[in-house]
Design a protein around this ligand. Sequence first.
Ligand code: NAD
Length: 472
Amino acid sequence: MKIQDAPIDLHARFAQVRAAAAAAPFPDWAQRADALRRLQGLLVAHEAEITQAIDADFGGRPAIETELAEVWPSLEEVKGALRHGRRWMKPRRAGVGQWFLPASAQVIPQPLGVVGIIVPWNYPLYLAVGPLAAALAAGNRAMVKMSEFTPRFSALFQRLCAEAFPAGEVIVVTGGPEVAAQFSALPFDHLLFTGSTPVGRRVMAAAAANLTPVTLELGGKSPTVIAPGYPLAHAVQRILAGKLINAGQTCIAPDYVLLPRADIEPFIAEARAQAQRMVPGGLGDPGFCSIVNDRQYRRLADALDEAAGAGARCVPLFDGPARDDTRHRLAPHLLIGTPDDTALMRDEIFGPLLPLVPCDSADEAIAHINARPRPLALYWFDHDRARVDDALRRTHAGGVSVNDTLLHIAQHSLPFGGVGPSGMGHYHGQWGFDTLSKLKPVFRQARLNGMAIFLPPYSAMARRMLGWMKRL
Ligand code: NAD
């Protein structure tokens, strides 16, 4: 199934949403909560349809993975906004400098207006609903552009949102790269893009023409470090948990593992044993996700062939067939000795392939990480607290889980976002509310104040006063 790029007039739709925002620029909490409840209701009432649509788009994605990694975190994000949004939107007291007393100051969170949201295919529900919840909590209207690679779910989400929201509140757009390019050129008040780093560059360039601020949630190669002496069985379990879900098609999946040379063979044995316990049916197991489409499958299969051709040892983690070309399913593989100039070592893998790279000290791991683009996530398995803290200080990453994988994304008290080539800006919880609000600083002058002293022509008193002010 392919979405036809319908000849939609994006500008007319944008004008409709913009007019609605202008007519009611500061929705009160009751209106925002109502919109959030409609979003929550849509998720609850249509969970089965949503799960089926995504399953069909992937050609096989376990329902539990959609529930765990999409429906539940989406509900968490909406419920968090419902629980805390009234407080988030309250004016925040701020201090004034001593020389300005008795004036007062506040920061007033104000809706920005119309927020654009661009969604990738890998978690199409969560990456639409998470930003949308933040936009609605902050009192904005939103236009959401879905991915062309999840056509069934994109069409379903478009229909469900059209039923739940008037067109001036939320509009969902489907279509391919041409529609996406036009979409990112609309004069949004903020544009939140989730997708690849190369497309992120184009989005930022398009937004720059309107001076539209952007939040870019991008990708990259997320390193995983296992320190010498760390219990391997635990590290393997948590790394496989992060790599097998969605067959590795996760922006923060562990991309490669840096581990002591002596641990490589034990890691392989442990990973094969654990993977076969986790996915007993191997490649045909309905509990293991397919690669989303032929294009992505070909990319991964070609990268695997390239690595093997360049001398890498490729170890499938399942017994039995390692590839199913017709159903685009690929067994997880470990790769050892993969040359640096292969696609697997150069580009984000975004699939169930996991290179193991020998690395015998924390310093070596830190140097390896720092020699490469700043990643979206870093995973560090180590029980030596001082060494972990040192690594945290000496490396950059969008987010970190220590002694686990993925789970920093599920903490709504933590800002989520990349750094440098893995992204800019943050959302989740209040971080998303703040990103999609104008945090408007307001200074309120008191009736009685001493400001008249600093009027021209400046008096001798003003000059003396300024002297004190500089010295104090
Ligand atoms: P993608 O960049 O190819 O596409 C993302 C979206 O951008 C799609 O809706 C697409 O239609 C749209 N798009 C395509 N061309 C465009 C253009 N010229 N202008 C504007 N929009 C355009 O990414 P993808 O393949 O869907 O997703 C995979 C990538 O997303 C990976 O790199 C992954 O790491 C990243 N990702 C990041 C996060 C995160 O939270 N940081 C989450 C999920 C995925």
